[in-house]
Design a protein around this ligand. Structure first.
Ligand SMILES: Cc1cc2nc3c(=O)[nH]c(=O)nc-3n(C[C@H](O)[C@H](O)[C@H](O)COP(=O)(O)OP(=O)(O)OC[C@H]3O[C@@H](n4cnc5c(N)ncnc54)[C@H](O)[C@@H]3O)c2cc1C
Length: 406
């Protein structure tokens, strides 16, 4: 293993920053980030004087990487758990709590489903029969929905918040990494030079910036990584370009507790696509995160998400329409809260990669093709998981990959 002299990480979201952190002390790292700040989908903003997350509001993870990294960069004491509350679904005209005994919405206690309104009597009986069904081997990739059509799966997931917002996480990682961070710098092309070095051409506010390094990490959304890889690997480019993305918008609403007609309890609700609503989820931030309640006890903040794959028309509407639709549907779902004090719409264009059937194989092909390019590593939400934990894990792995290459 030789020490790399220089590494350029393209993309300053949490994946790229995790890669930079992994490389700290072993390489001279520069992170190129096109926007004016690091963090990507981890970002805080202010509404009615209250700091809230506008992108991810939690660190969802199957493994320990995100929590361990948060602790390593000094946020250990700021990690917090959401309030305990049942998961609630808005379906068939009512809010219906999922009964206790489920993991990520998958029931583990079939008897608890009786009388919830979520399933018919036949449906409850069908779920109860699951234990006695013969095993269904997972011989090939299939959608979760298809698999659950024949069985009930299980997956454990941990959810953490950060006091003050998960938007604090990337800045802390960036600081601890010691990397040079160039914001407002958009990588436009990647070239192989001088045998085994990489040259990156980037646009900045001041014009074109050209840099060279021993290695590069592409910590970008799939479509952006595809652009840079086009001249180097048609296979990787094709695979990355074929990953679909859903655009989404987060509508944050602040209510005055004194003036609201009514305020909901619980942590929020999910909306299945079958009911034809605009909302896909609502999160009652002031109930869910005690730090937020403590900081702004007179204000009630919630956020609603809209935008599933194929809903581009909905997202093309102006902000005030989205706010109006969200408020109207929230009133129908939980009750008439009255008018919000303030609203904020945050749009995430192509913000969520969609893991369709065959995603695992597609990613294996992309990684195989990219592995043929020396001293280049890929990380980000497009590969092994969209949650922050999975992104951190890919970033750390990309850093290790670069360090292990000759
Ligand atoms: C609305 C929303 C809510 C979410 N909620 C949660 C949640 O509660 N919990 C959870 O665990 N996960 C959540 N996620 C998912 C999670 O936030 C993301 O998957 C994760 O943050 C992605 O990190 P990343 O670094 O891979 O990508 P990004 O955050 O997209 O970072 C990529 C960076 O690359 C930059 N970039 C792009 N092109 C270039 C270029 N050419 N040159 C230089 N820089 C470039 C971008 O500006 C961006 O900063 C949510 C996602 C969204 C959109």
């Amino acid at each position: 293993m030789r020490t790399m002299r220089s590494v350029i990480v393209i993309g300053g979201g949490i994946s790229g920053l995790a890669a930079a952190w992994q490389l700290r002390g072993r390489a001279d790292v520069t992170v190129l980030e096109s926007s004016t700040r690091v963090g990507g989908k981890l970002r805080t903003g202010t509404i009615a004087g209250v700091t809230v997350d506008e992108g991810a509001e939690s660190l969802m993870s199957l493994g320990p990487e995100a929590v361990e990294l948060a602790a390593a960069v000094g946020l250990g004491d700021s990690l917090c758990a959401p309030a305990q509350a049942p998961t609630v679904i808005w379906t068939d005209g009512a809010l219906r709590p999922l009964p206790p005994g489920h993991v990520r919405g998958v029931p583990t206690d079939p008897s608890a489903l009786t009388g919830t309104g979520l399933l018919s009597l036949e449906g409850v009986a069908r779920v109860a029969a699951e234990e006695t069904l013969p095993a269904t081997p997972l011989t090939e990739d299939c959608s979760v929905g298809a698999y659950l059509g024949t069985r009930i799966g299980q997956e454990a997931v941990a959810v953490h918040g950060v006091v003050g917002g998960t938007g604090r996480f990337p800045a802390a990682v960036a600081d601890a990494s010691g990397a040079r961070i160039l914001t407002g710098t958009t990588a436009r092309s990647l070239q192989r030079v001088a045998g085994d070095r990489w040259r990156v051409r980037a646009m900045t506010g001041d014009g074109v910036l050209t840099m060279e390094a021993d290695a590069v990490v592409l910590a970008l959304p799939a479509f952006a990584a595809a652009e840079l890889l086009r001249p180097h690997s048609p296979m990787a480019e094709a695979g990355l370009s074929s990953i679909p993305h859903a655009s989404t918008a987060v509508i944050t609403l602040a209510f005055s507790r004194a003036r609201a007609h009514f305020l909901p309890t619980g942590n929020g609700f999910l909306v299945p696509p079958v009911d034809g609503h605009t909302l896909k989820a609502a999160s009652f931030l002031s109930n869910k995160w005690s730090w937020l309640h403590d900081r702004a006890p007179e204000t009630f903040v919630l956020r609603a998400s809209i935008g599933r794959i194929g809903e581009d028309e909905l997202l093309s509407r102006p902000d005030r329409h989205l706010v109006r639709s969200a408020v109207a549907e929230l009133h129908r779902a939980v009750g008439p809260m009255g008018e919000p004090l303030a609203s904020r719409v945050t749009r995430w264009d192509r913000g969520l990669p969609q893991y369709g059937v065959g995603h695992r194989e597609r990613v294996a092909r992309i990684r195989e093709a990219a592995d043929e390019l020396p001293r280049l590593a890929l990380c980000g939400a497009a590969y092994e998981g969209v949650g922050v934990g999975a992104c951190v894990a890919t970033g750390l792995a990309a850093g290790r990959q670069i360090l292990s290459q000759p």
